[in-house]
Design a protein around this ligand. Structure first.
Ligand code: NOJ
Length: 747
């Protein structure tokens, strides 16, 4: 009896369950495809945004729910929460074939629990930790009915004017690839179909991060060699980690909009890389090919995008309006539509939605997951690891570095600045899912208060706003500061200053914040400056005049606690910059692995007839891989297992690292390589390996890096991946200026 009831239930939920015994997903997918009308197929390729949240220019049109009921929508973005996803899915279940909807969302750095922005997390160089935050984000999102996150963004970014540097892993392809793979694994967990996993999406394919002038959505012109060598590796790594989808990009690449690029999508991704998942357009990017002057109208854009391999149309309404007609006119081959639809159906089957369309929309589970406080611990741990200590000078008064501060000192601390009591600004861009959930965010003020538990007197003055020219708050800030023994100034960007469509031509601290810092320094008290931002900012006066500088990015829900942990020495900072910090905007693009020139730069004081500026040193303000600790590390000599390497041999490079200071601490040991002479001009050095180690005071550890021919190879002029015989230099150390050196010859 129970069995029959169950069977009845199962048959009412889904007409496809009868295929459940089939071992072949292909058969199940084909069985659905065969039942579909052309309109229903086109529906699967049509993605709409909800009206709850907009992450792009919204189009108001018609009755969306009715379209779902007619089977004319395949997926949604921006529908949040178990209740909402469930109620829309119920409408989809009224459609003729009851094909479930996919719910997508930009879960970029957390869903309910907000983690540091991706660029900040990249500063941890802690691959396992980044996998874990993606895991937790997936657990929270999946419990809210979300099936698909539009993350990770794996665009390499060498231009901090571009607002979206905050969303990626920085400037380096090797670090970016390691992080891309980790994030995909974190989001997809044990595999899509697990109840706590979401599909990941590698975006934006491709070269979106190279927008000319750092201006979002702008054009990209680059050699294919550079594309293959610098911009594609993180995408390849995501593919190899099993990413479920790719998103194409707004930019044109060498004159062809990425959304309409057969080269990128059909040849490279679906061809050479044999990618079997979904390719989704970016928001409206199919229609925008008309603005690019690449398509005559929306119909032409639909034709170009479908031929080029864009499977799903997000928010252009080009496919929904024109694909059926294009098929009828025989301009688009049915096989192309079938292929795109199958890619979508596959994922719906893999997610288990044909068996139970509501399996992710369970309010009880959602509630239980939301109340999981271990997620906050993960957030605090990640936030601590993301912080970068930029400067920590010895202060004459105490004859030791200013940081860490001593909790036991019964001193008066003044917390000054517009970000001291900030809530939303700690979360940063792309944390819009829960705008009202501010009760969970720990401000700097709260974090320091928690840490000191009344033992030290804390005072506060805002001083000024983040932007604007108003200095009327300076007087009271001065007063507060003068009465204190130590000043902590918290300055930076607001959450909407870096992110999509947030390019800036000037990177100085906004408003009068630098002036506020000057006022604080003028009091003669010791000053610690905390900079909270989504990108590298320019702050030369502070860098030259303030004894202690901590770069805190946007750290998310646990920002205040994490910063207090670092300030008071409960966590020894270990972050290293994943992106170069310029001295000013004129140095941009600036990155550590630039190509050797014919007139190499010599020194910041000798710039005659060499590649240099006459009005500015060549060196950046802070180099890639840089970051201080409360302890110090010493590197021994590099030892190689051989000085001549054959192509099938492995090279081992050993080095001993010693903690020579007083605190236990973590060091990111980085290995850089230079191919000295090659058939193509090579970078002055490239990151090839790294390891993060924890050492007690006085402890030494021997680290062994193993490289093979693949690590020595590059794309030659014919775009072949080759390792060419000759001399290579290795450098190992704590940043990209590492000086411990060894050389070998590849035979
Ligand atoms: C546009 C952004 O470029 C993309 O990254 C995002 O996923 C979509 N909007 C959807 O919000």
């Amino acid at each position: 009896m129970i069995f029959f009831r169950l069977l009845l239930l199962v048959l009412t939920v889904s007409p496809y369950i009868i295929f459940a015994q089939s071992s072949e997903l292909d058969k199940r997918v084909d069985s659905v495809l065969r039942l579909m009308t052309l309109e229903e197929k086109v529906g699967q390729l049509h993605q709409l945004s909800s009206d709850f949240v907009a992450t792009g220019p919204i189009t108001k049109d018609g009755d969306k729910q009715d379209r779902v009921r007619q089977g004319k929508v395949g997926s949604y973005l921006n529908v949040t929460g178990a209740a909402r996803t469930r109620s829309l899915q119920e409408i989809a279940m009224q459609s003729r074939l009851r094909i479930p909807l996919l719910f997508a969302q930009d879960v970029i750095h957390g869903y309910r629990t907000i983690f540091p922005i991706p660029l900040a997390e990249a500063a941890s160089w802690d691959i396992a930790a980044m996998e874990q935050t993606a895991r937790v984000a997936a657990i929270e999102a999946a419990a809210s009915g979300i099936h698909w996150t539009f993350a990770p963004m794996v665009d390499i970014a060498r231009d901090p004017r571009w607002g979206r540097v905050m969303e990626g892993a920085g400037e380096d392809s090797y670090l970016g690839s390691r992080i891309a793979a980790a994030r995909v694994k974190g989001f997809q967990g044990k595999g899509i179909g697990s109840i706590d996993a979401v599909m990941a999406c590698a975006k934006h394919f491709a070269a979106y991060g190279a927008a000319e002038g750092g201006r979002d959505y702008n054009t990209v012109d680059m050699s294919l060699r550079k594309l293959y060598e610098v911009y594609l590796p993180p995408f390849k790594a995501a593919k190899e980690a099993g990413v479920s989808s790719f998103m194409n990009s707004f930019n044109d690449l060498n004159g062809v909009p990425a959304t309409g690029s057969s080269f990128l999508q059909r040849k490279l991704l679906k061809g050479d890389w044999t990618f079997k998942g979904i390719v989704v357009s970016d928001w409206g990017s199919i229609g925008e090919m008309v603005n690019h002057g690449y398509a005559t109208d929306l119909k032409d854009a639909a034709l170009i995008a479908m031929r080029a391999g864009s499977d799903i149309d997000m928010e252009s309404r080009a496919y929904s309006a024109h694909l059926s007609q294009l098929i009828k006119e025989k301009k688009v081959d049915t096989a192309l539509i079938n292929d795109a639809v199958k890619r979508v159906l596959y994922k719906k089957f893999e997610l288990g939605l044909f068996d139970d369309p509501y399996r992710f929309s369970d309010e009880k589970r959602e509630q239980a997951v939301w109340n999981n406080t271990t997620h906050l611990q993960v957030a605090r741990e990640m936030a601590r690891k993301s912080i970068v200590l930029l400067k920590n000078e010895v202060v004459p008064a105490v004859n030791k570095p200013l940081l860490p501060l001593n909790k036991g000192d019964n001193k008066k601390i003044a917390l000054v600045g517009p970000l001291v009591k900030a809530i939303g600004d700690n979360n940063g861009f792309w944390s819009y899912s829960w705008p009202d959930d501010s009760s969970r965010v720990v401000s700097l003020w709260q974090g320091v208060t928690n840490k000191l538990a009344g033992a030290t007197s804390l005072t506060y003055a805002k001083g000024c706003d983040i932007s604007g020219a108003d200095t009327t708050g300076f007087a009271s800030a001065r007063q507060t500061a003068t009465a204190a023994d130590l000043i902590i100034v918290s300055v930076g960007e607001s959450a909407t200053m870096s992110g999509e469509a947030k390019s800036r031509s000037q990177l100085q601290l906004p408003g009068v914040q630098e002036q506020l810092v000057k006022e604080m320094v003028a009091t003669g008290k010791p000053v610690v400056v905390l900079i909270s931002a989504g990108r590298p900012l320019v702050f030369n006066w502070i860098a030259d005049n303030v004894p202690a500088i901590v770069y805190t990015w946007w750290l998310g829900t646990q920002a205040g606690n994490a910063i207090a942990d670092v300030l008071f020495g409960d966590y020894n900072p270990s972050g290293k910059l994943p992106i170069t910090f310029p001295r000013n905007e004129g140095q941009i693009p600036i990155y550590y692995n630039y190509l050797s020139t014919g007139r190499p730069f010599k020194s910041d004081t000798d710039n005659t007839y060499v590649t240099a500026y006459t009005d500015l040193p060549n060196s950046p303000r802070y180099v890639f891989g840089y970051g201080l600790s409360y302890t110090s590390f010493q590197y021994g000599a590099v030892q190689l297992n051989t000085n001549t390497l054959s192509k099938d041999q492995k090279l081992q490079a050993k080095i001993t690292v010693t903690n020579t200071g007083k605190y236990a601490g973590e060091e990111v040991v980085q290995l850089y390589m230079q191919d000295v002479v090659a058939s193509i001009v090579r970078p002055v050095r490239e990151l090839k390996a790294f390891e993060k180690v924890l050492l007690k005071p006085g402890e030494s550890r021997e680290i062994t890096f193993t490289l093979d021919a693949r690590d020595l190879s590059f794309y030659n002029d014919n775009l072949e991946l080759v390792a060419e015989p000759g001399t290579f230099h290795l450098y190992i150390g704590g940043n990209s200026q590492a000086t411990q050196k060894a050389s070998f010859t590849l035979l």
